[in-house]
Write a protein that binds this ligand. Structure first.
Ligand SMILES: NC(=O)N[C@H]1NC(=O)NC1=O
Ligand SMILES: [Zn+2]
Ligand SMILES: [Zn+2]
Length: 504
């Protein structure tokens, strides 16, 4: 290149990069497509706004995507608020739900779910943030490269905000620099299994892997989420059963995964969580047990660990609170999940543990698949895919089945928003307070509906849901994500303007 070329070349490349920047910026959907409400500043009012201080009657001011103020008493005193007001009357205004445990299966298994259908279902269900699990997509999210594929797959497809857990697997668990780079790339924490996950490229970890993982996580103050079930050598539970009559029985499946599997896993985990205590070698890290089903010995172990000062929390899922083993029909593999749905007395204990604060939060564990893999014809519980499809229904399900236990709106907000926000490190989400993101669900607790084929579901394979055929109360009227009205009575905003959440 001659001397002139050397001078012009940087200038031209600078010009091109500016041009590309402008094309990228202006080709993004404009704000009006992100929201069904054409205002940047507005108020939403109701007689039941769920705030950390209790349920108030008043209005929430939204400005530039955040909550600018929360005022009480507009109905009683006729207080004048200026600007556009959406008055929801007696409907409930609550922080949007944060689902810390969902499998959206994108990229790679989008016939199972996908970012677009999954986040549309989330928005329709009042979920404003979800954290995607690192497995069931193809590939699993276990490295910087695979996280990049996730974020690319999510681009312009997500209707709510989406964060990502990374996978802790034998391949990366003992490799500090691999974990460091995955955490630096923005996963909100790690997730691992203590039993086979059902996904080949997501092998289980042992307690050495978990211990190493926690020590790396301590530096970042991020959690490790663990699927706590462990096969015991001493117990020879049947894993494969060629007798289809036996494999169709729910009791056969239930016997393959007894509560002792959860108990053994948790007992082993607690040997490691002692390091999370103040002044412990992994202080700053946190262990979160996902989808607890056993409300007896396993839960007692968690309670003891908490009382000793371990940094540990536990979630359960609506399906363990809604259903019982006694009600599950033989061959109805919609109900197959792991750990399994147990007896009615266990469910009763789970509700008590939740309302008494021993179970910290709820999550969907939305883990769908295609109907073919649920093997409905055969009804083989031992071979069907294990996972419950539920994302769009978790709010009405929790409310419908929880009402008889006297659950309050503040408890709902705590289980579904405040504590999940804390687990996922989302300081500006999870509560209706000034300064937070305007992530809000408006819903009508008394409105009932039948979950049948006439009900619009946005999930990809709605027929596999265990909730089909139930009658629920609690209808989502509107969902706001960072001030954008992303869902309103059967309609989604034209553009998917949720953002990927990456930890800094
Ligand atoms: N791989 C996967 O989603 N597994 C989930 N399904 C389920 O029922 N429990 C799980 O951990
Ligand atoms: Zn699991
Ligand atoms: Zn899961």
């Amino acid at each position: 290149m001659d001397i002139l070329g050397w001078r012009v070349f940087p200038l031209v490349s600078l010009l091109i990069s500016f041009l590309l920047f402008y094309i990228k910026t202006f080709s993004k959907p404009s704000n009006s497509l992100c929201s069904l409400l054409p205002h940047d500043r507005y108020w939403i009012a109701s007689r039941q706004i769920v705030t950390p201080q209790g349920v108030i009657s008043g209005a929430v001011e939204v400005k530039g995507g955040s909550i600018a103020s929360v005022v009480e008493g507009i109905y009683q005193h006729g207080q004048i608020i200026k600007g556009h007001v959406v008055d929801y009357g007696n409907a409930v205004i609550m922080p949007g739900l944060i689902d810390v445990h969902a499998h959206l299966d994108d990229p790679g298994r989008t016939e199972w779910e996908g970012f677009s259908s999954g986040t549309k279902a989330a928005a329709a269900g009042g979920i404003t943030t979800l954290i995607d699990m690192p497995l069931n997509s193809e590939p699993s999210t276990v490295s910087v490269e695979t996280l990049k594929l996730k974020v690319e797959a999510a681009e312009e497809k997500i209707y709510v905000d989406v964060g990502f857990w990374g996978g802790l697997v034998p391949e990366n668990a003992l490799n500090v620099s691999a974990l460091d780079s995955l955490l630096k790339a923005g996963v909100l924490g790690l997730k691992s299994f203590m039993c086979p996950s059902g996904i080949n490229d997501f092998p289980m970890t042992n307690s050495s892997h978990i211990k190493e993982g926690l020590h790396v996580l301590a530096k970042y103050k991020r959690p490790l989420l663990v699927h706590a079930e462990m096969q015991l050598d001493s117990e020879g539970y049947p894993k494969e059963n060629d007798d289809i009559n036996s494999a169709r029985l729910y009791s056969t499946y239930l016997n393959t995964r007894p509560p002792s599997m959860e108990e053994a896993a948790i007992r082993e985990l607690l040997e490691v969580t002692k390091h999370t205590r103040t002044s412990g070698s992994a202080e700053g890290s946190h262990l979160h047990i996902v989808h607890l089903s056993d409300s007896r010995a396993s839960l007692n172990l968690v309670k003891e660990a908490k009382s000793r000062g371990d940094s540990i929390t536990v979630e359960t899922c609506p399906h363990y609170l809604a259903f019982s083993a006694e009600e599950i029909q033989d061959g109805d593999t919609r109900f197959k999940c792991s750990p399994p749905i147990r007896d009615a007395a266990n469910r009763e204990n789970l509700w008590h543990a939740l309302t008494e604060g021993h179970i910290d939060m709820l999550s969907s564990d939305h883990s769908p698949t295609i109907p073919e893999l649920k093997l409905f014809g055969e009804g083989n519980f031992l071979k069907a895919w294990g996972g419950i499809s539920s994302l769009q229904y978790v709010l009405p399900v929790t409310w419908s089945y929880g009402k008889q236990y006297g659950i309050t709106l503040n408890q709902l907000a705590s289980w579904w928003s405040e504590r999940p926000a804390k687990l996922a490190g989302q300081e500006l989400k999870g509560a209706i307070v000034s300064g937070n993101h305007a992530d809000i669900v408006v819903w009508e607790p008394n409105a009932e509906f039948e979950l049948d084929e006439n009900h619009t579901a946005y999930h990809k394979n709605p027929s596999i849901s265990a909730y089909m055929g139930t009658r629920l109360s609690g209808k989502v009227l509107a969902t706001f994500v960072r001030g954008n009205l992303v869902y309103k009575e059967g309609e989604h905003a034209p553009a998917a303007c949720g953002v990927p959440i990456l930890a800094k």
